[in-house]
Design a protein around this ligand. Structure first.
Ligand code: HQG
Length: 180
């Protein structure tokens, strides 16, 4: 019987973003793992999984969290890593404004320090306020901050866009944030 794609997606997020070692895997420098090896290691560790389960989870991920390489033999997470990987993203000119959803309880700290990447590789920014509000609601009472991305870029800050359309940057100083 096939696995629930959401459960597989959570398992893949754990292994491909945060803790590949839980099933004895290592990501390569760019975050890729071989699909067959992933299935073999998962099964060896008691997490019954088939290649089809993985394809189902990749296809049904609402945010395209995972990518298969063109050969179809390797998989990686598109973003969100806490382990060190180089996604080899090219710096891009951002739109004028981007949005960051957070929780009201973080506002005091963000006013002082700006947006920090915390455990992730980058600060994650959304193209629209609605998406940002949903991201923020994962942490508590949501609040959407407007980031003056174009101005930041003119001041030398670099921006990247992950394969699934999330905008990424290293740090957003408070001067570039519009608070509600
Ligand atoms: C907050 C999900 C205090 C920041 C989403 C956020 C996203 C500060 C939290 C992706 C701070 C970190 C990323 C400061 C930032 N003081 N708090 N100075 N600076 N923060 O989960 O952006 O489902 O690491 O506002 O859709 O919430 O994983 O980042 O609230 O795209 O695919 O620290 O995760 O995608 O939380 O979410 P996170 P995020 P997936």
């Amino acid at each position: 019987m096939s696995k629930d794609p959401v459960a597989t997606s959570k398992f893949l997020s754990l292994v491909l973003r945060h803790k590949p070692e839980t099933i004895g895997l290592a990501l390569d420098a760019n975050g890729w793992v071989n699909l067959e090896e992933l299935v073999r290691q998962a099964n060896e560790c008691g997490y019954g999984l088939t290649i089809k389960d993985i394809f189902d989870a990749v296809a049904s991920s609402d945010k395209q969290r995972f990518a298969l390489d063109p050969s179809g033999q390797r998989i990686r997470a598109n973003q969100g890593h806490s382990v060190k990987v180089d996604l080899a993203l090219a710096a891009l000119q951002p739109p004028t404004l981007l949005y960051h959803g957070t929780a009201t309880r973080f506002l005091t700290s963000i006013r002082h320090a700006g947006l920090l990447k915390q455990a992730r590789h980058h600060v994650h920014l959304s193209l629209d306020a609605g998406t940002a509000a949903r991201v923020g609601s994962r942490h508590g009472q949501p609040v959407v901050l407007i980031v003056r991305a174009e101005q930041m870029s003119h001041s030398g800050h670099l921006f990247y866009r992950s394969q699934n359309g999330v905008w990424l940057t290293d740090h957003v100083p408070p001067t570039f944030i519009e608070f509600p």
